[in-house]
Design a protein around this ligand. Structure first.
Ligand code: SF4
Length: 334
């Protein structure tokens, strides 16, 4: 399962785009899509390509000339929305993709379906999205290009789930999952966790993108959170923290925020528990690799439910981080 994101920089600004892609890659992004709205942006792809080492997908939407330019400038994939591109132009795109070995993502969106399909289904229903995707897939395959990936995104979560289910029953073609226009981080995380999460749990999907209005780096954390929660990829820290209650006698909110900040970007999978009380904490978080359970002004450091030592409250974060780094280093040695 591959995690994808998209830059929000002006692609013509090579420095800013490369910088953002490097930040995305450091966070765990494995494929990056960039918008190519004009020929200057297409030309910039050569320089961007030289400075980064993850695959680039050029998003050209409806402009076949930009697709041809982007492929000439060395991208690994292009994303097209073929609904509004004439077939003879698409054949030129296919010929170039075959010559360059470029993957084509056919990105069907509820907002840009072919008019006849919209009329037939009386709107952008799941079946309408699937029919458009299958028609376009057949066109590309008939033209002799099999390096295809499909997406049938919608901003409506249930439509998106139904569409991908139906699509996966009709083709073995790789599927790219996402909920479009999902909103800022809380809404996007909820919608993507439900939409992408349900499909992944059913074994549907090959690449995912969590769309967030904001810094795209935040998309990566949510994407891996979904994969971790489903046990699909164990990457990065999994922080378990209790909601606190009347038994809590430490500042768990600050501790959680501090630990989250410090472990952001960590690649190793580790379950870290931050629990408000020593009565229930170590037992409730027994499956955690390491954790702190708070008492009055002190806490207990525990590993896999076993208490290791008593720690003063002001030393919680430092003690926990030292323990985390030691555990990660030990794992690397074995
Ligand atoms: Fe309350 Fe303790 Fe449970 Fe946290 S771990 S919710 S403080 S009982």
């Amino acid at each position: 399962m591959v995690v994808q994101s998209m830059t929000c920089t002006d692609t013509r600004d090579i420095g800013a785009t490369v910088h953002q892609i490097k930040r995305l890659k450091d966070a765990g992004c494995e494929i990056v899509r960039v918008a190519v709205p004009d020929q200057d942006a297409a030309r910039a792809l050569s320089d961007i390509r030289k400075q980064i080492d993850i695959p680039i997908i050029a998003d050209i939407h409806f402009n076949y000339r930009l697709a041809l330019d982007a492929m000439m400038h060395g991208v690994e994939g292009i994303r097209v929305n073929p609904g509004n591109i004439a077939k003879e132009k698409m054949l030129m795109v296919v010929a170039s993709a075959k010559a360059h070995g470029t993957v084509i993502r056919i990105g069907i969106n509820a907002g840009s379906l072919e008019k006849d399909i919209l009329k037939k289904y009386r709107g952008p229903t799941a079946s309408a999205l699937v029919e458009s995707a299958m028609n376009n897939l057949a066109f590309f395959q008939d033209a002799g290009h099999d390096a295809i990936k499909l997406s049938v995104k919608s901003s409506d979560v249930t439509t998106m789930i139904e569409a991908y289910r139906e699509l996966s029953s009709k083709t073995d073609c790789p599927l790219h999952l996402g909920v479009t226009e999902a909103g800022s981080i809380v809404n996007a995380a909820i919608k993507s966790s439900i939409g992408i999460g349900i499909l992944l749990h059913e074994g549907i999907g090959d690449t995912i993108r969590v769309s967030i209005t904001g810094d795209p780096v935040s998309e990566i954390g949510v994407a891996y959170g979904i994969l971790r929660a489903l046990g699909i990829r164990r990457v990065g820290p999994d922080i378990i923290s209790c909601p606190t209650c009347g038994r809590c006698e430490i500042d768990l909110f600050t501790l959680t925020r501090e630990v989250e900040e410090k472990v952001t970007g960590m690649k190793e999978y580790l379950k870290i528990a931050l629990m408000g009380c020593i009565v229930n904490g170590p037992g409730e978080a027994a499956e955690a690799d390491v954790g702190i359970a708070g008492g009055r002004g002190y806490g207990l450091l525990f590993k896999k439910g076993q208490i290791i030592k008593k720690v003063k409250e002001e030393e919680f974060t430092e003690t926990l981080l030292n323990e985390i780094h030691t555990m990660v280093a030990e794992r690397k040695e074995t």
